[in-house]
Design a protein. Structure first.
Length: 336
């Protein structure tokens, strides 16, 4: 037995002896004395988690046996220590052989208050929910749809994708809820149409209401391709659509890769066998042209556009770039 319990028992014994001294004369004691129990209180109002010591005074000096009518609501140990466990009413009884006394214990239901009952956030956005309880008990959190929004042990909500979920806070079995809506994002592109030549690049930028980066895609990567940062590169003449998508919401930009215009320094040449002539091409795209000939027996054309004549006749010198092809007709005659 601990020192505290010995002290309590000693105090109770002294009080019991005092009561006997007041009710019994030294010469005429009754054969049978009345046994009863006195409690320090007969009603108690507690919050869940509260503890209370009941003090019992017995006329026979014995330690009483303690009992609770519902240990699930309020438990009591050997020494009269009551612990409130859940909302409800329980009767705590201290009993000796021929007497007993009871205390009615009411355990209050925990009240729980949330800072918000409805909120709206973006995908990737966060919001701090707070909860207060009537007894400072621990609050646990959960989300009905974690794919929409999750919540950590401190009440911080994070949006995962558009949709709606219910966040529940629970304290001592008391729940409170908050409806969380993760909004559809808004997207704006800096351009809705763009004209380029083969090999040219341009950066598209997307302004998104959420913190989520868009996914970029080209409808025809053979015409124009786009990287993960929105940089478009023209591949060949034609039309393609570049789209930026976040959570199923898309915005697009039409890309037109234009065929270039080519101007030759000469459209017709008259040359003699064995001569060389420079043919130049001005291209609107700034890209170099590819040179070719219609008849290599008559003329040849170098990569730099130099025409060399070989025999009498007529042939075409071609300059080509991304689908555009222009020609210069070359007449070759004898040296005479």
């Amino acid at each position: 037995m601990s020192y505290f319990n010995k002290l309590i028992r000693t105090i109770l014994l002294c009080i019991t002896l005092l009561l006997f001294s007041l009710t019994i004369t030294p010469h005429y004691a009754k054969a049978d004395s009345i046994e009863f129990v006195l409690l320090s209180q007969y009603k108690a109002n507690l919050d869940i988690g509260d503890e209370l010591y009941l003090i019992a005074i017995t006329t026979n000096g014995d330690m009483p046996v303690w009992k609770s009518s519902s240990q699930a609501i309020a438990s009591v140990n050997t020494y009269g220590k009551i612990t409130a466990k859940k909302a409800g009413t329980a009767t705590i009884t201290a009993k000796i052989k021929n007497g007993e006394a009871s205390c009615k214990v009411t355990v209050n239901k925990t009240t729980l208050t949330l800072s918000d009952t409805r909120l709206s956030i973006e995908h990737g956005g966060t919001y701090q929910l707070t909860a207060t309880t009537s007894n400072s008990s621990i609050v646990t959190w959960k989300s009905s749809k974690k794919s929409i929004a999750v919540i950590d042990e401190n009440g911080k909500v994070t949006g995962m994708k558009p949709g709606e979920t219910t966040i529940t806070a629970i304290a001592d079995g008391t729940p409170k809820t908050c409806t969380v809506t993760v909004k559809q994002p808004t997207i704006k592109l800096n351009q809705t149409s763009l004209r380029l030549y083969r090999g040219q690049t341009s950066r598209l930028s997307a302004v998104v209401s959420s913190t989520v980066k868009p996914t970029w895609k080209s409808s025809k990567s053979s015409v124009a391709k786009v990287d993960e940062e929105g940089t478009v590169t023209a591949i060949k003449h034609g039309t393609a659509t570049i789209s930026a998508t976040v959570d199923g919401i898309s915005r697009s930009c039409e890309i037109i890769v234009e065929p270039p215009a080519i101007d030759l320094s000469d459209n017709e040449l008259h040359l003699t066998i064995g001569s060389n002539t420079q043919l130049t091409a001005t291209v609107s795209s700034g890209n170099p042209v590819s040179w070719s000939t219609s008849n290599e027996n008559v003329i040849s054309v170098s990569n730099d556009g130099i025409i060399t004549t070989w025999q009498k006749g007529r042939a075409y010198a071609y300059a080509s770039e991304d689908g555009t092809k222009v020609r210069c007709v070359v007449y070759v005659t004898d040296n005479k």
